[in-house]
Design a protein around this ligand. Sequence first.
Ligand SMILES: Nc1ncnc2c1ncn2[C@@H]1O[C@H](COP(=O)(O)OP(=O)(O)OP(=O)(O)O)[C@@H](O)[C@H]1O
Ligand SMILES: [Mg+2]
Length: 379
Amino acid sequence: MYLEKLLLQNFRNYSSLNIKLNPHVNIIYGNNAQGKTNLLESIYVLGLTKSHLLQLDNHLITTGKEFYKIKGIVKKNKIKTTYEVNCNLNKKILKIDGQEIKKISDYINNSLNIIIFYPEDLEIIKGSPNIRRNFLNLELSQLSNNYLKILNEFNKLLKIRNEYLKKMSKNQSYDKTYFNIITNYFVDKSLIIYKMRKKFVEKLNENCGKIFFEITKLSDFHIEYITNFINENSENQKKEMLEKLDKNIEKEIKFGSTLYGPHRDELEFFLSENNLKIYGSQGQKRMAVLSTKLAEIDIFKKFKNTNPILLLDDVFSELDDIKKNNIIKYLADDIQVIITTTDLKKINKKKFNSVNIFKIKNGEVIKTEEVEKDERKSL
Ligand SMILES: Nc1ncnc2c1ncn2[C@@H]1O[C@H](COP(=O)(O)OP(=O)(O)OP(=O)(O)O)[C@@H](O)[C@H]1O
Ligand SMILES: [Mg+2]
């Protein structure tokens, strides 16, 4: 799949935009604060209906205006589909081929598959565990509609269970049978989420070490999924989980919240036996996240049966030339990539067979170059 056309109206610093993108590589260059990140953000919102920067919808509307519109024409197996996200101050309307889609999950499930790498992604390693769980939840929700459904159910159960534990901690009366039913469902959903996350991390590990090596020439980068709840080798996981909750109920009552479950699980990133959060350099952390994101390409290909669109925001800054070239070498020819940079010289564009280059200045985009070295015209 690739994005053939992007049209914007009143999105951030774009009053209007209409560009045709290359099915392979697109480089967007310009000075700071000209709209490079905003352009990638609009594509992300087109695919996932929300900003990757976790901004409120109203912040995305050009200051002083009352709505924004994003429209994209996507080509997949030679078929064109039009996606639209129209948002005003009160509501957001999602459309596929002109038809309104009411349920966000139905839209996302049929929408563009996007893998984005952006500077704040470093927080996946440096930041709080919440950011890592959020990363897992976002990626898995794109890959599986079922994951999103189960995660929503899990969150509801967790909330109810916590309310019960708070009641118990205040010695208020509660329905013990109902609490046990909730705990039982909570364990079921926890187990499904755990298994799906664990499988996803296993799939990442099939590729991320190899990619990290190709970029940095350092071996044995891998990711570990850590849980305090589930014994992987147990014959009867559910029984053990229920026993664990039962054994620790006094502790949970004391805290008034659920202390075990996927909402407490963690990811750790290792280079050999060194935890990158503690020992990694800034560049290593950056490459670790980038390798993880690039490893997702294959997973998307397998699970969604289509090539995702890769958005790389400012990926080359702070990297030495060797690593820059290694990343470029790695960017597969068979997926669409959209890269932003402040310095075009930082990218050796001769390495690409097919590339469009756009200059961006104050929300205006001009195509400056189109290179087509061979006969491939579309994916
Ligand atoms: N809602 C909005 N309405 C109008 N302009 C906005 C809005 N939100 C952000 N901007 C403007 O967009 C510009 C920032 O754009 P963006 O973050 O895309 O820059 P950039 O080209 O990625 O810069 P850098 O190289 O520093 O990352 C700023 O000038 C900012 O004031
Ligand atoms: Mg930017």
